[in-house]
Design a protein around this ligand. Structure first.
Ligand code: ADP
Length: 452
């Protein structure tokens, strides 16, 4: 039986995004929500809605028992997890399948492997993806660390195997500081993740973040949909993403894309995934794989014309991929700005009532957001309230249109990061595409050091 009713185990813009794809496929949707989200747009638009708990995510959007119960009560036959929350929880995926519900996501064993950094790196290496030089697994003793670091050369990076969000990570400039920094990384990892396993990598000085979107049918067919450049980051959080990357040639895209797609075909990967690389001086280095839809997926949709959520639902339903690699054309340029409810310069969260809202419009402008005038942004969740995605025939025209669209967006009642994006689009390094993952933080520091 084809999927006819999907429970969306998420909130905000991504819940809406999934609802929209389902609706366009003639599939009904069931929204779940915390008591803090009773008035949210995803709840209003879905065909049905079920309250699954109080505001804290641990008691609602992460509450597996309540979500499964909601799916059964509402007569759903599938669950889409969106991103964040339970999307990369292999156990949840298994529970969903054990309840005879279709899991709109990768196979649980692939989620598990890629969620373990050491296993992910070993798997990526075995599948032919280029790795950052480093230890081939966990490093137990300082002597081993010394030997490996001497081989790959300083500076090196000590990383927590269970790491996330950059925690448990230390840059070691020279051998003299290895022992101290390694033990610091270990104790940080122990207290943050309950696991003090660490490994070692060469520290790349000034890389870009370039990731490939891939898609598999779970039966040995896989394609790639090109790359996204997400180098503009603050504290490992992406701020603005673009496709294609300003630094890749069509040949490099084709070569790396093919390596990624072949790896996924060999793995038997199912659904959407993102393979993240650092890129420096023309070389790619695998850092991690995300086994889910990404926040920044719309820039890929804009330049390929492919609806990634529709594709996820089709593949979960056992259908073939809707296109072959040779059918995919990369046309034009797209940029996404993540608009957060926060002070644009101090980044302090700014939840509260939105008193007025006007979304940008016009040709090639897309706004993914659950905002409306009168909506109260709850303080409990991620501060991202909208994504502004703009397409242009080339990068320059995309930027001109993005400036115009940012000027049109009006969000009153709370502070937003719109002024940050406007300022970014005046920076020569952003206009030329000549930035690395360090650029944004350095620019913010210089800016705050200047007298007002
Ligand atoms: P986490 O899961 O903690 O976010 P990642 O492995 O994804 O860990 O790394 C987080 C960030 O740290 C990367 O996006 C990159 O900015 C930086 N980073 C990771 N590995 C390296 C490396 N070998 N050299 C330089 N920077 C790195």
């Amino acid at each position: 039986m084809p999927i006819s009713r999907i429970l969306i185990a998420n909130r905000g813009e991504i819940a809406l995004r999934i609802h929209r794809a389902a609706r366009e496929m003639g599939i009904e949707t069931v929204a779940v929500h915390s008591t803090a989200d009773a008035d949210a747009m995803h709840v209003r638009l879905a065909d049905h809605a079920v309250c699954i708990g109080p505001p804290p995510a641990s008691e609602s959007y992460l509450n597996i028992a309540n979500i499964i119960a909601a799916a059964e009560i509402a007569g759903c036959d599938a669950i889409h997890p969106g991103y964040g929350f339970l999307s990369e929880n292999a156990k949840f995926a298994e529970i969903v399948e054990a309840h005879d519900l279709v899991w709109i996501g990768p196979k649980p064993e692939h989620i598990r492997t890629m969620g373990d950094k050491v296993a992910a790196k070993a798997t990526a290496g075995a599948l032919g993806l280029p790795l950052v030089p480093g230890s081939s697994g966990a490093v137990d003793t300082v002597d081993d660390a010394r030997r490996i670091a001497a081989e790959i050369g300083y500076p090196v990076l000590v990383k927590a195997a269970s790491g996330g969000g950059g925690r448990g990570m230390k840059v070691v400039p020279d051998e003299g500081q290895l022992e101290t920094l390694m033990s610091q990384a270990r104790s940080e990892a122990k207290s943050a993740f309950g696991d003090d396993t660490v490994y070692i990598e060469k520290y790349l000085g000034n890389p870009r973040h370039i990731e490939f979107q891939i898609f598999g049918d779970g039966r040995g067919q896989a394609i790639h949909l090109g790359e996204r450049d997400c180098s503009l980051q603050r504290r490992h959080q992406k701020v603005l993403e673009e496709a294609p990357s300003p630094v890749l040639s069509p040949d490099e895209r084709e070569r790396m894309g093919r390596i990624c797609a072949e790896a996924m075909a060999q793995m038997g990967y199912r659904g959407a995934g993102t393979i993240e690389f650092l890129w420096e001086n023309g070389a790619f280095y695998f850092i991690e794989m995300n086994t889910r839809l990404q926040v920044e997926h719309p820039v890929t949709e804009m330049i390929t014309g492919i609806d990634l959520v529709r594709e996820q639902i089709r593949v979960a339903d056992g259908k073939d991929l809707s296109c072959r690699q040779e059918d995919i054309r990369f046309e034009g340029h797209a940029i996404e700005c993540r608009i957060n409810a926060e002070d644009p310069w101090t980044f302090a969260p700014s939840p509260g009532a939105v008193t007025y809202y006007h979304a940008a419009g016009g040709m090639h402008v897309r706004v993914d957001s659950g905002l409306y005038a009168g909506y109260r942004i709850p303080p409990y969740y991620d501060s991202m309230i909208a994504k502004l995605i703009v397409y242009g025939r080339d990068r320059d025209r995309c930027i001109m249109r993005l400036r115009r669209a940012l000027d049109e967006m009006v969000i009153e009642g709370v502070k937003t990061s719109i002024p940050l994006h406007q300022a970014l689009l005046d920076q020569p390094d952003v206009l030329s595409g000549g930035y690395s993952i360090k650029w944004l933080e350095e620019w913010l520091q210089e800016r705050s050091a200047k007298p007002a």
